[in-house]
Ligand binder design. Structure first.
Ligand code: SAM
Ligand code: SF4
Ligand code: SF4
Length: 369
């Protein structure tokens, strides 16, 4: 059966407006498919200093693009308030993203506020950030000092010509690598490097990237190019399935599968048999991981999205800027999550791009990757 996503979200959107108190939940807060709310991704800006063609193509994201005005952005205090409520409802992992999160002024102040949050049993959160690395050399130490524990750096290749072409702002690979070095020096351990693989564009960079990062302490993760947003002109023939990436890697190294580090983990992990580290495969297109998806996304202007491919979010900003109490915010969050049924990737085959919700999907730079 084909699920129509839009009307369902519409109803839930309205329901959010009715303020209600939180009710004690017996066990974890679950959605309609029994998935807990575990991860919160927070987009701190819809702007970026890159124009990756698969995310913010220059032709669309030009000087006339209607980026959000500053007044529309959630303040650090508003973000922290949502995060605090979400943590009380089960969130254990927070990822700051964007757009390019390091463009948000004083981002380390937000990191410090989030790092101070504690779970109901007194544990710190798993707090991480995804960046294109352009400003990392300048920011790494401040982020570490503010309490950031982990980091993901996106890098689509080592070939400088291809990389400059992919970021479309002529940004050199060297500066991202310098950012990675600075992050290591600052003491940010377990850095992940994300490479979106596009057939015919950077698939020849799979082996050079693996050679470079093998044994470096950074975990390279290959991501299937996804049909997110409505502007990147995605085509299935541009996707390099993870199994093909694995076969390519196996031409050079023996690899063995590893068990997931945590439930709901997006990457399949493989270890180099010689003990020199691991790689990750994120098969968002060919092997849907909706069944375990425990992620919610908070957009730059305070809407909560329950799926990367959602067409509408739930407006939390109006609650934050209204007179909603902490308890009412928790009640809204409970209600939103308990009504969640999203599983776009699992339904992708039945809901093709041409006839599906593609034209109305929100951009990844706005809700955060
Ligand atoms: N600007 C930061 C960066 O690039 O790391 C954070 C935001 S970006 C939207 C988050 C992640 O989404 C990046 O690793 C990026 O490569 C990935 N991404 C963006 N568009 C994608 C697409 N169409 N398919 C797969 N991954 C994508
Ligand atoms: Fe910017 Fe990240 Fe999107 Fe590239 S993937 S355009 S760096 S937000
Ligand atoms: Fe989660 Fe939506 Fe992605 Fe499925 S398609 S894994 S529900 S974000």
């Amino acid at each position: 059966m084909v699920h129509r996503v839009i009307p369902l979200l519409d109803q839930r959107n309205h329901a959010t407006q009715a303020l209600r108190s939180a009710t004690p939940v017996d066990g974890p807060l679950l959605d309609t498919l029994h998935r807990p709310l575990h991860d919160l991704r927070i987009s701190v800006t819809d702007r970026c200093n890159f124009r990756c063609s698969y995310c913010m193509p220059k032709a669309v994201f030009d000087k006339d693009y209607p980026y959000l005005p500053h007044s529309a952005l959630l303040s650090f205090e508003e973000i922290t308030r949502v995060a605090r409520v979400a943590v009380a409802q089960g969130v254990r992992k927070i990822r700051l993203t964007g757009g390019e999160p390091l463009l948000r002024k004083n981002i380390e102040v937000l990191v410090a506020q989030l790092a101070a949050l504690r779970t109901p049993d007194g544990q710190p959160l798993d707090l991480t950030l995804t960046t294109n690395g352009a400003l990392l050399a300048r920011k790494a130490q401040a982020l570490k000092d503010a309490g950031l524990q982990r980091l993901t750096v996106s890098l689509d290749g080592l070939d400088d010509r291809i990389f400059r072409q992919m970021n479309d702002v002529d940004f050199p690979v060297r500066d991202v690598l310098d950012g990675l070095d600075a992050a290591h020096r600052a003491g940010l351990a377990h850095i992940k490097v994300n490479m979106v693989v596009q057939r015919g564009t950077n698939d020849h960079e799979i082996l050079p990237m693996a050679r470079h990062f093998k044994g470096s302490g950074n975990t390279l993760r290959f991501i299937e190019y996804m049909d997110v947003g409505a502007t990147n002109g995605w085509r299935m023939d541009q996707v390099v399935p993870s199994r093909e990436v694995l076969q390519t890697l196996q031409t050079e190294w023996a690899l063995r599968p590893l068990a997931p580090a945590a439930p709901g983990e997006t990457a399949q992990r493989w270890a180099y048999a010689d003990g020199s580290g691991e790689i990750g495969l994120i098969s968002s297109v060919t092997q849907a991981f909706c069944a375990d998806c425990s992620r919610a996304r908070l957009s730059t202007d305070g809407k909560l999205y329950l799926c990367l491919f959602a067409t509408q979010g739930h407006d939390l900003r109006s609650l934050l800027r209204g007179d909603a109490s902490e308890d009412q915010l928790a009640g809204a969050l409970q209600h939103i999550w308990q009504g969640r049924s999203d599983r776009y990737s699992a339904l992708r085959a039945a809901l093709p791009f041409e006839t599906g919700t593609g034209a109305k999907r929100v951009e990844m730079s706005y809700i955060g990757g």
